[in-house]
Design a protein around this ligand. Structure first.
Ligand SMILES: Cc1ncc(C[n+]2csc(CCOP(=O)(O)OP(=O)(O)O)c2C)c(N)n1
Length: 364
């Protein structure tokens, strides 16, 4: 039998707006001026939260912190597309995503301050807590989506992860299951070009991350992750497709982490200043502001008012965080299992004894 090609594939790239303005008006999602301004407000608020978090970490008020600077369009565009019954599965850099969801910022600071109460999601939010283990949330997102499908719910899950997570077995298991069972899952990969110091080129030999979906039998697309309209458009379409029973989608948001990996990292050791400067020109917040100015719906006065509003909101959140009563050590053990396993119970009892002894010593 002669040799023949039995499969071919192509990967779409979507860019609605670049640094100069709207690149393809046909692709512009349907959004009112009010909604676009709301997205911009969320991005500015997320940046103010981030700037403050870095300062709090330097002051020793919170622990190691993972900045989302540069990735606001991915996170706000993705969350803005969620329907009221959809669920968010974050990785560990998704503060902007939580802020877009309306999650209280003082609880986010509490989380990064090592306080377990920050990992307890109030019932009104359809979100899982931050997932520090790389990639585990992908399986949770697929499992939940499968449950939605079995219960015939018209909803979907969106799961955030980085380019590094695509090297984890969890990613491949989740993608495979989602493909086979057509679960209503949207995989949103923030390809920010690095997994700590490992560049994307060492993460995979594939040309794009998007194309990995094809091997699992569903669509993968790449979008400009510094353009909130591209991300919103792709996420809305994928969520709609998922909740209508047409299966999963992988969205690769091509973006860049402008900050260090975390406050425990020094990105200067593995990235050139030139590269960072090139990406700063693509700043997603500036790009959206220029768009608003071009539409004549923004002014320097509005900008100043917005920045003041964002800073005030952040300062209020810091005050609330600092006014929280001290956490109870028992919280460390509380939220992981429905029924606490024996080993964990032993550790909890040990700690309780230790804390009581300390208290007795202190009180003489
Ligand atoms: C299972 C697991 N392995 C290793 C780590 C240590 N670690 C934390 S973040 C990270 C890199 C993640 O890179 P990526 O998925 O691209 O996300 P990004 O940090 O770029 O947002 C690693 C290896 C971890 N938290 N969990």
């Amino acid at each position: 039998m002669p040799e023949k090609t039995i499969a071919e594939f192509s990967v779409k790239y979507v860019q609605v707006m670049d640094e100069k303005g709207i690149a393809d008006a046909k692709l512009m999602p349907r959004l009112s001026d009010k909604q676009i301004i709301e997205m911009y407000r969320l991005m500015v608020l997320a940046k103010a939260f981030d700037d403050k978090a870095l300062k709090l970490q330097r002051q020793g008020k919170i622990g190691t912190y993972a900045s989302h600077r540069g990735q606001e369009a991915c996170q706000i565009g993705g969350v803005y597309a969620l329907g009221k019954n959809d669920w968010l599965f974050p990785a560990f850099r998704e503060n902007a995503a939580f802020i877009a969801l309306g999650f209280p910022m003082h609880l986010l600071y509490a989380y990064w301050g090592g306080d377990e109460r920050g990992a307890k999601i109030p019932k009104e939010f359809n979100a899982l807590p931050t997932s520090i283990p790389v990639g585990t949330q992908l399986l949770h997102a697929v499992g939940t989506a499968w449950a939605m499908k079995l219960k015939k719910k018209k909803s979907a899950t969106i799961v955030f992860f980085g380019d590094g997570a695509t090297s984890e077995g969890d990613f491949h298991e989740a993608m495979n299951f989602a493909g086979v069972f057509k679960t209503p899952t949207v995989f949103l990969c923030q390809n920010n070009q690095y997994a700590i110091s490992v560049p994307r080129s060492q993460q995979t030999a594939a040309e794009t991350i998007a194309q990995k979906a094809i091997a699992y039998g569903f669509e993968g697309i790449q979008v400009d992750g510094n353009d909130v309209f591209s991300v919103y458009r792709a996420a809305s379409e994928a969520l709609k497709k998922a909740s209508m029973g047409n299966g999963p989608t992988l969205i690769e948001c091509f973006t860049y982490r402008l900050s260090d990996h975390t406050t425990a990292d020094d990105a200067k050791r593995y990235r050139t200043e030139k590269e960072v400067l090139e990406w700063k020109k693509k700043d997603p917040i500036e790009r959206l502001r220029k768009h608003l100015e071009g539409k004549k719906i923004w002014s320097s006065r509005k900008e100043k008012e917005l920045i003041d509003w964002a800073n005030e909101k952040v300062e209020k959140a810091v005050k609330e965080f600092e006014a929280m009563p001290a956490p109870v050590p028992d919280d460390m053990f509380q939220y992981l299992f429905a029924a606490m396993p024996r080993r964990l119970r032993e550790q909890r009892d040990y700690l309780e004894k230790y804390v009581n002894e300390l208290r007795r010593e202190k009180n003489g």
